[in-house]
Design a protein around this ligand. Structure first.
Ligand code: MEV
Length: 316
């Protein structure tokens, strides 16, 4: 028996980095860009493959210490969750989400793989349980993740996230039109998070003020996200970018793309995710979407994705 599972990419609309320090942040799923796991239930010990490689990434032997490899750890945690000592089958992973680009590729691959394992075991894996497992694996990727990436990717819903608080999903009633542009520069979230941590140690007062200001923007943004007030929301996003720049997690390439989007008529723009490389997001109205998209490509974006985000149950 064969099948496919998947999970989406994500963007952080407001509040990255501050969310690690207990401030609120807002994240949205990017449903048209996804990671996939193709599974084949067969009688061999489980092997996990990447689409492009003939050799498996690893074979599951069912014993041993907690692996440091994030995907092997995901398999072990999922097997433990189900009390399964044996896993049989073949899983092939494929992802359209660029790696180390702030779009949640690690969390999406983990979520797709966890779902494929549940399918192989013919067991139900509710999103809450999968989210807990993916969060454990995110710790191997990031060190001290807030949990926002796994939450938005696993639940595939816009979320107003505060670390350690009950999940609070946002109902978006008017579409938010986004243009997501990739600098093409890979940057590890683990490194930018540790840069902020170091800054928090050495310049505590100033860094705390920046993080609190970012958190305040996320708080203000919430109702604007719900009602689709793009211009006011865009202004908050641009202010958020400036605070992230002061925090030291932007780069010339990110600043250039943000500027190009604003000049081309975007309502607002900012880096999204860990920063230093990866993607920017620009909030646009429907009419300016093509102009902003073209301007970002001219300014050097390696790839541009457009997305209109609205809650599935709300009507356009
Ligand atoms: C990464 O997408 C968001 C960060 O705030 C890290 C985290 O929340 O774990 C930079």
């Amino acid at each position: 028996m064969t099948g496919q599972t998947s999970a989406p990419a994500k963007v952080i609309l407001v509040g990255e980095h501050a969310v690690v320090y207990g401030m609120p942040a807002i994240a949205l799923p990017l449903s048209q860009v996804r990671a996939y796991a193709d599974y084949d239930i067969c009688d061999h010990a489980l092997s996990v493959h990447a689409e492009q490689d003939s050799q498996p990434l690893f074979r599951w032997s069912g014993n041993g210490e907690a692996p440091q490899d994030p995907l092997a750890a995901l398999v072990q945690l999922t097997a433990r969750h189900f009390g399964a000592s044996q896993l049989r089958g073949k899983i092939t992973i494929r992802s359209d989400i660029p790696i180390a680009s702030g779009l949640g590729s690690g969390a999406a691959v983990s979520a797709a793989l966890g779902r494929a394992l549940a399918a192989i075991l013919k067991r139900d894996l509710p999103d809450g349980a999968l989210n807990d497992i993916v969060y454990e694996v995110e710790k191997l990727h990031h060190g001290t993740p807030s949990g926002i990436d796994n939450t938005v990717v696993v639940h595939e819903k816009p979320v107003y996230y505060i670390k350690g608080k009950t999940l609070d999903f946002i109902r978006i009633t008017a579409p938010l039109h986004l243009v997501v542009a990739d600098t093409g520069i890979a940057a590890l979230t683990r490194e930018t998070v540790s840069h902020v941590r170091e800054r928090f140690r050495s310049q505590r007062r100033q860094t705390r003020a920046l993080l609190e200001n970012i958190g305040a923007l996320a708080k203000q943004a919430r109702s604007l996200v719900e009602t689709g007030e793009s211009w006011q929301l865009g202004e908050l996003m641009t202010r958020n970018h400036e605070l992230l720049r002061q925090l030291g997690v932007s780069s010339d390439a990110l600043d250039r793309l943000v500027e190009a989007a604003l000049v081309a008529g975007a309502c607002g723009a900012k880096l999204s995710g860990g920063g230093r490389g990866g993607n920017i997001i620009a909030l646009v109205d429907e009419n300016t979407m093509p102009t902003v998209q073209a301007a970002l490509l001219t300014a050097g974006a390696k790839q541009v994705i457009t997305s209109s985000v609205i809650e599935k149950s709300a009507s356009l």
